[in-house]
Write a protein that binds this ligand. Structure first.
Ligand code: PEP
Ligand code: MN
Length: 342
């Protein structure tokens, strides 16, 4: 259940509810509703007598299992996640771009500069790579993280990179501005707990056979650990058609935004697996309400060391950014489709 306290609720109400939850054997977490009012999430139902305490504003007894990730928990105040100085979820779509895998120092810095000139806000790049084959290039490891830090230094862009194992979290968090949990690790609960205990924002990719509810429960692990800076990423689910590597599930974007207060971004690169589809699906992602994109970009996609078939050029990215701004302006303009959509 969710219990929203009034701004002037006495401290005894908060401590009384937490003590009652503990006595009943429930987990309880205190957060706020985005407007300063404390919200207590309890993993079970407290007796109704307790809910007559002074200063209780609202009670949602039958509640979703992802109490901290749920929209009700911050009803009119969706979360904004800061990555360095870049806000995600504040209205302007955020563009994360860069190579699938970090290849070397100078090419990463060149890629970062080109992506930034094309409109990127955040640099992406894998140093530890989850490859389907154990014989495929697994990434440069800590050297890759150093190059990422050098590219941040050169461009001023914050950086996002994947962390695959709980034991790597401290190392990766020492370099990255945002920790990426890959699709294959969405339900790696020890890893989620570990990133939940860091102060770094987390980009949580949806597992390719995970339901929206399972995805939100994974976000809940991170939030329950005390880390409130989670961004969801729709990156495609497994379909039956070999025409696509994955099926970008754009249904999940407005659904996740209805169910949760967390920002949602779209990955049209993994979501299609095909370079020629990336631009149109990126724009579709923005049109259905995504707070940003994460896109694989490389100056020479055909020779990229990983995922070249789904990688676009910086010029392609610039076109996405330009058209994406036009889509957003149209959605915000009450005289055009914005009004029709409402
Ligand atoms: C990636 O972003 O490079 C990646 C491996 O993504 P996913 O976990 O979505 O497959
Ligand atoms: Mn990739």
């Amino acid at each position: 259940m969710l219990i929203v306290l009034a701004l002037d609720a006495p401290e005894s109400t908060r401590t009384g509810l937490l003590a009652a939850a503990a006595a009943a054997g429930f987990e309880a977490r205190v957060a706020d509703d985005g407007r300063g009012r404390p919200v207590i999430g309890v993993s079970g139902d407290l007796h109704h007598d307790l809910l007559a305490m002074q200063g209780i504003d609202r009670v949602l007894p039958k509640h979703k299992p992802y109490m901290l990730a749920s929209r009700e928990h911050r009803q009119d105040s969706p979360s904004v996640v800061m990555v360095g100085a870049v806000p995600i979820g504040a209205g302007r779509p955020v563009i994360m771009a860069g190579p699938c895998v970090i290849e070397d120092r100078s090419s990463l810095i060149e890629n970062a500069r080109l992506a930034q000139a094309a409109g990127a806000d955040i640099l992406r790049g894998g140093a530890f790579k989850p490859r389907t084959s154990p014989y495929a290039f697994q990434g440069l490891g800590e050297d890759g993280l150093r190059y990422l830090a050098a590219a941040r230094e050169a461009t001023g862009m914050p950086v996002v990179t994947e962390v695959m194992e709980p034991d790597q979290v401290d190392l990766v968090a020492g370099y990255a501005d945002m920790l990426q949990i890959g699709a294959r690790n969405m339900a790696n609960f020890p890893l989620l707990r570990k990133v939940g205990a860091t102060g770094k924002p987390v980009l949580l990719k949806r597992g390719f056979s995970a339901t929206v509810e399972e995805w939100l429960m994974s976000a809940e692990y991170i939030l329950a650990g005390g880390n409130r800076d989670v961004v969801l990423c729709e990156r495609g689910i497994r379909g039956f058609d070999p025409a696509f590597r994955f099926n970008l599930d754009l249904n999940a974007v407005p659904m996740a935004k209805d169910l949760s207060h967390l920002p949602v971004v779209v990955d049209p690169s993994h979501g299609t697996g095909r370079r020629q589809l990336v631009s149109r699906m990126a724009l579709a992602g923005l049109a259905c309400g995504a707070d940003g994109l994460i896109v694989e970009v490389h100056p020479d996609p055909d020779n990229a060391l990983c995922d070249g078939a789904q990688t676009i050029t910086p010029a392609d990215l610039a076109a996405i950014v330009r058209k994406g701004r036009a889509i957003q302006a149209a959605l915000l303009d009450p005289t055009t489709i914005g009004a029709a959509a409402d």
